[in-house]
Design a protein around this ligand. Structure first.
Ligand code: K1U
Ligand code: ZN
Length: 167
């Protein structure tokens, strides 16, 4: 088990696109276990492999109150979506910043599970927001990219200052 370091905005590696996973190997299983340990310890409700500098299409999500319902999505795809919702989002790569972003209200997702089988499910509310947020990480998009240039520049400057002070 290992806690993995999380890339901090505006690290350029957060803008790298993740490649599909071709085969579930022991390395992939180990990575998922470490992602889960890192997410629960942060704590967070989601994490994308991109955020730990692994550019493979893997995300994990757990929005349950008991923090006991881990969803592992490999090569996730949104097959259909409906409606709009706005929820305050956070990001472990942009600590201390919370902003509302427009997201689909309902999504139909297809992904591969850790046993290599494809599965489909529907999602809404916070879980759907979290899945969309994590899938954005896989395509090199951070939630602050939805904000105005002014807000994003302020956030960037704040993060860079914090990183200078903690270096
Ligand atoms: O960095 C990440 O991608 C994880 C992020 C996911 C997320 C949160 C809220 C809306 C959309 C996506 C987080 O988990 S930030 C931390 C957080 O929101 C939280 C932490 C503990 C309990 C509840 C929420
Ligand atoms: Zn995030």
């Amino acid at each position: 088990m290992a806690l993995l370091p999380i890339l901090q905005y505006p690290d350029p590696r957060l803008y790298q696109k993740a490649a599909p996973v071709r085969e579930i190997t022991q390395d992939i299983r180990d990575l998922v276990r470490d992602l889960a340990e890192t997410m629960y310890s942060a704590p967070g409700v989601g994490l994308a492999a991109t955020q730990v500098d692994v550019h493979k299409q893997i995300i994990i999500v757990d929005t349950s109150d008991a923090r006991d319902t881990l969803l592992v999505l490999i090569n996730p795809e949104i097959l259909a979506s409906e409606g709009v919702q706005y929820r305050e989002e956070g990001c472990l790569s942009v600590p201390g910043i919370y902003e509302s972003v427009e997201r689909a209200e309902w999504i139909h997702v297809r992904a591969m599970a850790l046993d290599g089988k494809l599965f489909e499910f529907e999602s809404e509310q916070l879980q759907a927001v979290c899945i969309q947020h994590e899938m954005d990480h896989l395509r090199g998009k951070v939630f602050v990219d939805y904000l105005s240039r002014l807000k994003r520049n302020r956030i960037r400057a704040k993060m860079q200052k914090q990183q200078r002070l903690s270096a």
